[in-house]
Design a protein around this ligand. Structure first.
Ligand code: GAP
Length: 458
């Protein structure tokens, strides 16, 4: 029987090994908020690094940006977030459609149709199961200015995308190229989510990795398809199992107000198939809105020929925390080895919080300890290394397995005479001997190899 990965097992591992803690725990906790411990920080950093590598470092057509979390409040009026996220809304639990409560109560609004039976108004069929009206204050509001009376209401950004659009002109000048080109940003976003969180799947505060890719309008569909394929390939490249991923294009009635086409890359979470990443064809909605609202023309102009157009935008948007959760779930495995159970995170070596553990076999042996510490000091200049001399070697291996460390180097008796060490492979458990002098080169070579997840054990 294959390992069943439940959210409880992931939550428990994350807590046990210090990846993620419930936030404000000593005060009873705060719903949908989490704090990241040592290994959580390292894993999250690696997810961001791999994304930035694929989006910026490995390409010539994408530039990086880091915009403010608090933007001018008119940004959110232009983007549609102020109007779109503060209305009293009613959800239908059956057809999953959402309606403005004031429109439902107003017979003049004849455009409202039941999601299952369009000839009826929402609430008119026995199957309609409407919630009470709720104010969806999706954006967190705060005030700038020390004096309450003269302060200005501002918002914590619910996405990083708008910071990119309002900087289009600045970056386009720097890019010195005609679209297609993109702007990538990684940063915090905040949403006053009211639906249950499922651990770090949906939280009040999270990090996003967003690309806004600006293209000539006539090429938008082609680039949209390109980015759906490209983003799917990224998840596969870092080891998410193909069988657990699918692309789901949105139905016309699911599309956001700005989108003329959206596909979700979905993952088979323990809670069922759900959105991992969204790729949207946003058309010229955002640049046009900000042009109209700010009076600054956000368009591409060829200084030589005078050719000008408002680019269309393709947007792949992925939550760092949701991506991290996905990697954790996909990597989780349990197996019995030599009649003992072990839990192992089969993370891609370039995602694993610790790349290599360095362990003296006998921790009371000064010679082994000194050699192991010297090896640690050398390797830590290049790699994420953890040195561990606490407890029996078997226990230390299991601890590394649980945090997903792909290799463990052990200094033993033989090391003292011939300067060799053993390398233990997390997944196969194979051990080989290499010379200490070659350790760094060996690890860098292994890190550069293509990697695929081994099948889950039985
Ligand atoms: N700019 C487009 C945008 O914001 P979205 O589908 O609302 O699109 C993009 O969000 C991604 O951000 C999602 O696919 C998901 O990975 C992540 N995400 C959204 N809301 C989240 C939340 N409350 N907690 C964690 N991740 C979230």
């Amino acid at each position: 029987m294959a390992t069943e990965v439940t959210m409880d097992k992931i939550v428990s591992l994350c807590r046990r090994r210090g990846f993620v803690f419930p936030s404000s725990e000593i005060y009873g906790g705060l719903g949908s908020s989490y704090d990241y411990g040592h290994y959580g920080v390292l894993l999250k950093d690696n997810v961001k690094a791999r994304w930035l590598e694929a989006m910026v470092r490995e390409r010539d057509d994408i530039l990086a940006l880091d915009s403010s979390i608090i933007l001018h409040p008119r940004v959110w009026e232009a983007s549609g977030h102020v109007g779109g996220f503060t209305d009293p809304l009613v959800d239908c639990r059956t057809c999953k459609q959402r309606f403005r409560a004031d429109h439902l109560a107003d017979p003049e609004h004849t455009e409202l149709h039941c999601g299952k039976r369009p000839s009826k108004r929402p609430g008119e069929t026995p199957d309609c199961d409407l919630t009470e009206p709720r104010h969806f204050n999706l954006m967190f509001r705060t005030r700038v200015g020390a004096v309450e009376e003269t302060g200005v209401d501002v918002y914590l950004r619910p996405e990083t995308a708008q910071g990119i659009f309002i900087n289009f002109k600045n970056v386009a000048q720097l890019a010195r190229r005609k679209p297609p080109f993109g702007i990538a940003q990684v940063g915090k976003a905040f949403r006053n989510e009211i639906t249950p969180g499922n651990f770090i799947f949906r939280t009040l505060e999270f990090e996003m990795m967003e690309l806004e890719y600006f293209v000539p309008p006539s090429d938008a569909q082609q680039w949209y398809e390109y980015w759906v394929a490209e983003r799917l390939a990224w998840h596969l490249r870092y080891g998410v199992r193909e069988a657990n991923l699918r692309v789901r294009p949105h139905e016309a009635d699911e599309l956001s107000h700005y989108s003329s086409g959206t596909s979700d890359i979905e993952y088979l979470y323990p809670i069922g198939w759900s959105e991992l990443e969204g790729i949207a064809n946003r058309g010229d909605f955002d640049l046009t809105q900000h042009t109209n609202e700010s009076g600054t023309k956000l368009e591409w102009v060829d200084a030589g020929t005078g050719e000008r157009f408002t680019p269309h935008v393709i947007e792949p948007s992925l939550g760092v925390n949701r991506s991290m959760l996905t990697f954790l779930i996909d990597a989780y495995d349990e197996e019995v080895v030599a009649e003992r159970e072990r839990t192992v995170l089969r993370l891609h070596p370039r995602l694993a919080p610790v790349t290599v553990a360095v362990l003296p076999l006998i921790t009371k042996d000064a010679g082994m300890v000194a050699k192991a510490q010297a090896l640690r000091d050398e390797l830590r200049q290049h790699l994420s290394v953890e040195y561990d001399e606490s407890g029996q070697i078997g226990r230390r291996y299991r601890r590394q397995d649980e945090i997903g460390t792909p290799w463990a180097l052990t200094v033993d008796e033989q090391s003292l005479t011939d300067d060799t060490i053993t390398v233990r492979d997390r997944d196969s458990l194979a051990q080989e001997r290499i010379s200490i002098a070659r350790a760094r080169e060996y690890l860098l070579e292994r890190l550069g190899e293509p990697w695929a997840p081994p099948p889950r054990t039985t």
